[in-house]
Design a protein around this ligand. Structure first.
Ligand SMILES: Nc1ncnc2c1ncn2[C@@H]1O[C@H](COP(=O)(O)OP(=O)(O)O)[C@@H](O)[C@H]1O
Ligand SMILES: [Mg+2]
Length: 365
């Protein structure tokens, strides 16, 4: 299996997996590889470490698309997602008029909400993906999923937002005349007015303003969240699971694969990144030859080290075999070795290319 085949006739590739396994790196390498093969590609990343963004030559945080200089006939564009900015853009789009827009954007409750609502990062990544896909300016969009504690959080993000909008307590606020505020009762009202005296912040006013103006936008939000959810399941989308060969990462990839199936989301393939290189390159090392070359003492030492490496390679192979059994035929894992240098620039990404785009995955011997 090669990534090139995986993305054939696809418009969206979503790189998903546990934290630290190489999602951001893989997303960038795939995007670069497809751009070098002639496509116009955008890679969307939320990489708080920023190292990869730096190496792609991306400036400070922002939602703007930046072109990365590459060799080859295609184009590579990269976006560092700024969830807060995306949320603000969304408000601008759905606000019926400037007054409502300003009221929401300057609202303290909104400012807290857009930063703090669980999964808002994940949701915003989906939202931006949807927007770019609608615009049809790229051949391929590659999404690097956010580093959430739970690798699956982002799947629920679109639905979570529509649930929030639909929630009963929010509906109460949204009723005409804002009767809803009365559910707080007198005690709460007093609490708010004491708070206001102490802090000078009129929370009740903020709340009622926020829910009043948010109400006008609820329908648009809900609809968009639903369509974003549909896009994830579309056959133009494919999921690439990224994992390391370590046992718990493999467990998580297996779990993730099952969840995709349950939800009827389009699983495409899996990359096992940072394999011990002995498990990927099937070159034989001749210990006897080493001893002849290096002398008995050094030769034995090297042979000893080799045994350690072999043990790690054997463990990696075993874990990959378990994953391959789970995935079944037709989804042979794509193996990428642990490269000597940390991958942090275009050169490093190009080194991954040979493995990601191999005609067939290098079979584990
Ligand atoms: N195949 C590889 N060989 C060596 N280093 C790698 C490889 N893949 C990723 N890395 C390094 O591992 C670290 C984590 O990778 P990253 O892509 O940021 O993971 P994630 O996005 O899943 O959290 C980075 O420092 C990256 O440069
Ligand atoms: Mg990452």
């Amino acid at each position: 299996m090669s990534v090139a085949r995986l993305v054939e006739r696809k418009e969206i590739l979503i790189c998903a997996g546990a934290g630290g396994v190489g999602k951001t790196t893989t997303a960038a390498a795939v995007a670069l590889g497809m751009a070098q093969r002639g496509l116009k590609v955008a890679v969307l990343t939320i990489d708080p470490a920023r190292r990869l963004a730096d190496s792609l030559g991306l400036p400070e945080l922002g939602n703007e698309e930046h072109q990365v200089e590459i060799e080859g006939s295609g184009e590579l564009w990269a976006l560092m997602l700024d969830p807060k900015r995306t949320f603000d853009d969304l408000i601008e789009r759905h606000a019926p008029d400037d007054r409502t827009r300003d009221a929401v954007l300057s609202n303290r409750i909104y400012q807290e909400l857009s930063n703090a609502v669980a999964g808002s990062q994940e949701y915003m990544a989906m939202e931006k993906l949807y927007e770019l896909h609608q615009e049809e300016r790229y051949d391929l969009l590659v999404l690097d999923t956010p580093p959430s504690r739970n690798a699956l959080d982002f799947l629920d993000a679109p639905e979570r937002l529509s649930r929030f909008v639909d929630s009963r307590s929010l509906q109460l606020f949204l009723r005409p005349g804002r009767l809803g505020l009365k559910v707080f009762g007198r005690g709460t009202g007093m609490l708010f007015s004491v708070l206001q005296k102490v802090t000078g912040v009129d929370l009740l006013q903020d709340l009622s303003e926020f829910f009043a103006s948010f109400g006008d936008m609820a329908e648009g939000f809900r609809e968009r969240a639903a369509r974003t959810g549909e896009l994830l399941a579309d056959r133009r989308t494919t999921f690439l699971l990224v994992t390391s060969p370590r046992r718990h990462a493999i467990d998580e990839a297996i779990f993730f694969h099952r969840r995709l199936r349950e939800r009827e989301l389009p699983f495409g393939g899996v990359v096992v990144n940072r394999m011990s290189s002995l498990a990927v390159e099937s070159e034989e090392v001749d210990v006897a030859e080493l001893v002849t070359l290096l002398g008995a003492q050094l030769g034995r030492k090297v042979a000893g080290n080799l045994e350690d490496y072999e043990a790690i390679a054997a463990r990696d192979r075993k874990n990959v075999a378990r994953l391959a059994r789970e995935l079944g035929a037709g989804a042979a894992p794509i193996l990428v070795p642990h490269l000597e240098d940390d991958v942090h620039d275009l050169r490093g990404l190009e080194q991954m290319d040979e493995y990601l785009f191999a005609a067939e995955a290098v079979p584990a011997p």
